[in-house]
Design a protein around this ligand. Structure first.
Ligand code: URA
Length: 291
């Protein structure tokens, strides 16, 4: 190649390399011949010379770390029980609960409270544990909190007989077990009591297999959804229920809301509780009570 052509080519190349933004680069790329032909010399500052010991580092995109893939179980889900099978399984479970002495509450209870309602219910409510009245009657939510729960259920357009009502703990936790006749002696079950009773509730849920569960209060919500978060963090969204000891025949969605006893103490929380219940109604296609 002639010396002059080589020089021209080298000049064009230099112009390309000195272009400092995209537009300049495109313009330069579009008119190299003119520039060269007009003999216009570029005035851009020359690049600083590269030091001898410097190395050129190029950031190549990193290869993706292999991510752990969720394992998809190929095991078949257990079949839904028939109503007759459910009746028998729940009756056997209730009998076991009534004779349970796995934790100290078994020694102080008057009656265990396994739970009650429609065994084919699509909706289940889960409270904390029996209180004074429930301990005496052996039935869940029959005291003042229970009366409010009945109203909440009615506001959804349902009756108590259409849902299933149970508790995390099946026996009455008391602050002062020496005085079981005292009123205002109720407390939430502690971690040990919850652990002892967990299997019973999980079996009840697997047998009934409702489509939706409403966890009433922080103790119930944290036991069923997550140990770590507060009720405030768990409310306002459905969670997928997953149980430790049994497999569910179909997915169950769970929503946390305030405990009726907490609503009696803080009536200004009722509007938020109502929003929670309306989320369940929307999912279930419930329109509320017919007037
Ligand atoms: N509070 C509960 O959590 N459960 C009951 O059954 C009664 C009151």
């Amino acid at each position: 190649m002639a010396d002059s052509s080589l020089r021209r080519l080298a000049g064009e190349l230099k112009n390309f390399l000195q272009a400092c933004d995209e537009d300049e680069f495109i313009n330069t790329a579009a008119a190299p011949a003119q520039t060269a032909a007009a003999g216009v010399s570029r005035t851009a500052a020359p690049l600083p010379p590269m030091r001898e010991d410097s190395t050129l580092t190029i950031d190549f995109p990193r290869a993706q770390e292999p991510q752990p893939q969720p394992t998809i179980s190929t095991e078949p889900l257990p079949a839904m029980m028939t109503t007759t099978q459910k009746q028998q399984a729940l009756a056997e479970l209730a009998d076991t609960i009534k004779h349970c002495t796995r934790c100290p509450l078994g020694a102080t209870r008057l009656n265990a409270v396994p739970g009650e309602g429609n065994i084919d219910a699509e909706l289940m409510f889960v409270g904390e544990g029996p209180g004074y009245d429930e301990d005496r009657q052996g039935r869940p939510f029959v005291g003042r909190a229970g009366q409010l729960l009945d109203k909440m259920i009615a506001a959804m357009g349902l009756t108590r007989e259409q849902v299933f009502i149970a508790n995390i703990a099946k026996c009455h936790p008391m602050t002062d077990p020496q005085h079981p006749d005292k009123h205002g002696n109720d407390r939430a079950p502690n971690a040990g009591e919850i652990a002892c009773c967990r299997k019973y509730l999980e079996q009840q849920i697997a047998i009934i297999c409702p489509k939706y569960i409403v966890a009433l209060g922080g103790v119930s919500a944290k036991a069923l959804i997550s140990d770590a978060k507060s009720l405030g963090a768990l409310r306002g969204q459905f969670h997928n229920l997953s149980l430790d000891s049994v497999k569910l025949p179909r997915p169950v969605k769970i929503l946390a809301t305030f405990h009726p006893a907490a609503l009696l103490r803080n009536p200004n929380w009722k509007k938020d509780a109502w929003k929670d219940l309306q989320m369940v109604m929307a999912e279930m296609g419930l329109k509320g009570p017919s007037r």
